[in-house]
Design a protein around this ligand. Structure first.
Ligand code: PGA
Length: 238
């Protein structure tokens, strides 16, 4: 069984979310499914009984920070998982690796499991420096965080060039990166490491991806907003 995480970004409007939830609730076995909807819909998804996560968290504590969602607030509405360091946020909101580190500390402090997104750009892949890029991101994001606190943390390996493009690495490229990340966790924390793959996962490539036994699950963007396709993927990950 693989974990299936839907990162719904800001795709769905209010009416589409209703239609999505109507069909979603027909799924019986969904212990391995985690939905990260737009924050404004978290409450609606909560009622479905699915695991729910947030797409981002503030680096600031609760207080005078307009437009921010603090980890305390997320905790207070029962959110137990949160994406952090997604490349779209690093780019759109200029999030630095130091910011990501603070966010992870906040989440852990509030007992919310961070799902840390890492991945190289196309240029970095072509230069052959993807391993050091990804490991540097992990090192920076987890700086000063004790191993006990990161036991449940997950890493989503998402090559930037694959997000939303329909282009995905081949299985041996994914296997190589997932193994590198797992070895890093073993060597530095004595933990096996939970590593997901993300980037253009859909119903047509899921069978092929499932052949990579090292992958613990998937972080799915666009395809997680199309309910029939998403159910298809979930069924293939049981
Ligand atoms: P995608 O997005 O599946 O649309 O490529 C993945 C992600 O950004 O998490």
């Amino acid at each position: 069984m693989k974990l299936v995480i839907g990162n719904q970004k800001s795709y769905l409007d209010s009416k589409s979310v209703c239609e999505f939830i109507d069909k979603l609730t027909s799924i019986k076995n969904h212990n391995n499914v985690l939905i990260c909807p737009s924050s404004i819909y978290i409450d609606r998804f909560h009622k479905t009984g699915f695991l729910i996560g947030c797409q981002n968290v503030s680096k600031y504590a609760s207080g005078a920070n307009t437009g921010e969602l603090s980890s305390e607030q997320l905790k207070s509405i029962g959110v137990s998982f949160c994406l952090v360091g997604h490349s779209e946020i690093r780019k759109n909101a200029n999030e630095t690796i130091e910011d990501t580190n603070i966010k992870i500390q906040n989440l852990i402090g509030d007992k919310i499991v961070p799902i840390l997104c890492v991945g190289e750009s196309l240029e970095e892949r072509e230069k052959g420096i993807y391993e050091e890029v990804v490991i540097d991101e992990i090192k920076g994001a987890l700086k000063n965080i004790p191993s006990l606190a990161i036991e449940k943390l997950m890493i989503a390996y998402e090559p930037i060039w694959s997000i939303g493009t329909g282009v995905i690495p081949n299985n041996s490229e994914i296997e190589e990166m997932v193994t590198i990340i797992k070895n890093y966790f073993q060597d530095n924390y004595g933990l096996p490491g939970i590593v997901l793959y993300g980037g253009s996962v859909n119903a047509s490539n899921i069978d092929e991806l499932n052949k990579v036994s090292q992958i613990d699950g998937y972080l799915i963007g666009g395809a997680s907003t199309k309910i029939d396709e998403f159910i298809n993927i979930i069924n293939k990950c049981q």
